[in-house]
Ligand binder design. Structure first.
Ligand SMILES: *Cc1c(COP(=O)(O)O)cnc(C)c1O
Length: 399
């Protein structure tokens, strides 16, 4: 491999660019995970995580990818043969559904076209059609990373409430926690699933659950077998800051740093920054004359954008050019979207100029690809960013 000067642009929607501060924070000796220094670290990161989830309840950390945290959510709360209601919002929803099936759950999978979020009315109708309470959980992906579509979790909660159905509400926030507004307690979510390598700016390797009281109660009687993923086994030592098995200590150092960064910026500002980058990216895609995959404006994702290429064109060819010529990784089309879309990740440790560079790389790659498009996407994004900065000046000064 020849040397490539400058920084690689890792603009897939996770893993995201890990800030130098986080990398340096992890560059420490691993300590005794049964000693007092570790206990302080454990308590600090668990408290910080609860604030990011927006919960005063329990949060747990597994040494796993996000997929492990999916599994933990299901096996701690459900029993073999239980029915769960899931929605085909995209590739990740489909993977979670497959996992549920393999674990012996019966999935009611509501079909979707991968272009919109979960319809709260559909949630309500499905639950009303189940007066005997056969459905034990409703599982929703907050931000579909394969499509760039966000579901309104507060509206889903209200739909569950209106139906009067007792099912648990479980939400995958793997690509939204720390980048799109999310409130575990306020929205009455029972289990929230997250991972380290997207909005939380860490390398891959940590999976998280936030656990509400109703889910905790369900875990006392849930019959699916579990051992490594057991909340009870985790929560007991967590009370003193410890873990039931060797934790990923150095990733926890990184987590402590990432949480400090999010708190210093302020979650509201973090969300506003992602909103601004989402809007600017969508302005670029429109100016290029490409179609956004997300078909519902209120469901636009602020952490990534999926753009469609015209029929007969290959989005992966564009990604190859971006990587080869400009040292930038863009997200591929997953599952049935293979070759049809490319995804621009704009989440995590990211600023206006990084976005400008990213979009410049996409526009140059489009020029080289032969895909029909109009120039001017970068300019449209820059206009959008400078307008946002102009109206945000007073906020920055008073804050
Ligand atoms: C990335 C992602 C996953 C899978 O997480 P892994 O860490 O790859 O196991 C699941 N759901 C969503 C929404 C994701 O973005």
């Amino acid at each position: 491999m020849t040397y490539r000067a400058g920084r690689h642009f890792l603009q897939i929607p996770g893993p995201t660019n890990v800030p130098d501060r986080v990398l340096r924070a992890m560059d420490l000796p691993t300590i005794d995970h049964r000693g007092p220094e570790f206990a302080a670290l454990g308590k600090e990161v668990l408290a910080g995580l609860r604030r990011v989830f927006g919960t005063t309840g329990a949060a747990v950390v597994f040494p796993s990818s996000g997929t492990g945290a999916w599994e933990a959510a299901l096996v701690n709360t459900l029993s073999p043969g239980d029915r769960v209601l899931m929605f085909e919002t995209g590739h990740f929803a489909a993977l979670w559904r497959e996992m549920a099936g393999r674990l012996g759950l019966k999935v009611d999978f509501v079909p979707g076209d991968w272009r919109r979020g979960v319809d709260p009315q559909e949630v309500e109708a499905r639950l009303r059609a189940d007066p005997d309470g056969g459905i034990k959980a409703v599982c929703v992906v907050h931000n579909e990373t394969s499509t760039g579509v966000t579901t309104r979790i507060d509206a889903v909660r209200e739909a569950v409430n209106r139906s009067g159905h007792p099912a648990l509400l479980m939400v995958d926030t793997i690509s939204s926690l720390g980048s799109i507004d999310y409130r575990h307690d306020d929205w009455g979510v029972d289990v929230t699933v997250a991972g380290s390598q997207k909005g939380l700016m860490l390398p891959p390797g940590l999976g998280f659950n936030a656990i509400g009281p109703k889910a905790l109660k369900a875990s006392e009687t849930a019959g699916l077998p579990r051992s490594y993923w057991s909340w009870a086994a985790m929560l007991a030592p967590n009370a003193q800051g410890f873990f039931p098995y060797t934790p990923a200590t150095n990733l926890l150092y990184g987590l402590r740093e990432a949480l400090a960064m999010l708190e210093a910026e302020g979650l509201d500002r973090v969300f506003a920054r992602h909103r601004r980058h989402g809007e600017a990216t969508r302005a670029a895609v429109r100016a290029w004359g490409l179609e956004l995959l997300c078909a519902e404006p209120r469901a636009y994702s602020d952490s990534l954008t999926a753009a469609m290429v015209p029929d007969g064109q290959d989005a992966d060819r564009l990604r190859e050019i971006a990587l080869d010529r400009f040292d930038m990784s863009l997200g591929t089309g997953l599952g049935r979207l293979a070759g049809r879309v490319f995804r621009i990740g704009h989440l995590g440790d990211f600023n206006d100029l990084m976005l400008a560079g990213t979009l410049a790389g996409v526009e140059m790659a489009l020029s080289l690809s032969g895909i029909p498009f109009r120039k001017g996407g970068v300019q449209a994004a820059l206009d959008c960013l400078s307008e946002a900065q102009r109206s945000g000046v007073s906020l920055a000064k008073t804050g």
